[in-house]
Design a protein around this ligand. Structure first.
Ligand code: G
Ligand code: G
Ligand code: MN
Ligand code: NA
Length: 254
């Protein structure tokens, strides 16, 4: 309850901040995009990890307003990067299952794009596999409308849910993000390597883009690249950092 009240206050006082983590092409290290990841700058506790408050936000429904704040901040940021004349990059924003179930989600996204002047071509929304697979019919409708607006769509934490190939084929999505729990095990763990190879083959046969999450070592990077995964994100390329640091570390040469 304390956390809930604290979080409510944080939302009102603008204590939430959006960090950005680089996504890079493995072939040449070129920046392809950034994932927006929320952080809470708590007045006493310092920087609080989303792992500590996203679940509470989800249970209490605060996630809806939190998610909108993050989306608005990320769209403002991407509009700024556009105006600076940078080559296109995608800014990926996480949508929680609860946000995704809002009947007016598509209108809310459209309103935020209009308000911030962000180009929808630069925005990617991430939904988790389990959120997508529940209420599949409604999901497909919402995804289709988002895509018609020019927003691209990625399935986050892919491999941890239970999507069947036939379902996946019907979903109007652009990208699969291979969950970091599998990436962690490659190249040494045979099961993880087999799962990663299967996901890569699946994405290829369905014509979907791929991104591997949680890449921490050169051995992981080399394995992924050799198997045909072209884009990755992880500590090897940089942690999530505030926008100013992201610009300095990743955009100066972009
Ligand atoms: O950023 P890591 O930095 O610690 O994030 C932990 C978890 O919180 C991840 O599962 C990530 O997807 C989730 N997360 C981070 N930012 C957001 C956000 O803005 N919205 C939602 N729904 N989840 C987020
Ligand atoms: O669930 P989602 O994929 O949206 O969240 C990304 C989460 O992964 C964040 O908590 C982020 O801090 C974390 N993360 C990003 N890169 C790495 C990495 O290389 N290794 C590990 N262990 N975690 C990472
Ligand atoms: Mn994500
Ligand atoms: Na993930």
């Amino acid at each position: 309850l304390t956390l809930e009240n604290d979080l409510r206050r944080a939302l009102e006082n603008g204590e939430l901040e959006v960090f950005y983590q680089a996504q890079v092409a493995l072939a040449d290290g070129r920046l392809t995009g950034a994932e927006a990841l929320v952080r809470w700058r708590h007045p006493e506790k310092g920087l609080v990890s989303p792992a500590a408050f996203i679940p509470v936000a989800e249970e209490t429904g605060l996630i809806v307003s939190l998610g909108e704040q993050v989306l608005r901040a990320a769209c403002r940021q991407l509009a700024t990067w556009q105006r600076q004349g940078l080559p296109r990059l995608t800014v990926a924003v996480n949508l929680s299952p609860r946000q995704f179930r809002q009947p007016d989600l598509v209108d809310r996204v459209a309103a935020i794009l209009a308000e911030t002047g962000a180009d929808p071509d630069w925005l990617e929304l991430e939904i988790t596999e389990s959120a997508a697979m529940q209420h599949a019919e409604e999901t497909i409708g919402a995804l289709r409308r988002l895509r018609e607006m020019g927003v691209s769509l990625a399935i986050d934490d892919f491999g941890t849910g239970y999507s069947s190939l036939s379902y996946l084929k019907r979903f109007p999505i652009d990208k699969l993000k291979i969950d970091r729990s599998f990436v962690q095990g490659v190249p040494g763990n045979g099961d993880d390597a087999a799962i990663v190879q299967a996901i890569i083959a699946m994405a290829r046969s369905l014509g979907l883009a791929l991104l591997a999450e949680g890449v921490e070592s050169e051995a992981q990077r080399d394995f992924l690249q050799a198997q045909g995964c072209a884009v990755a994100q992880g500590w090897l390329f940089g942690q999530a950092v505030p926008a100013a640091a992201f610009e300095r570390d990743h955009l100066a040469r972009h």
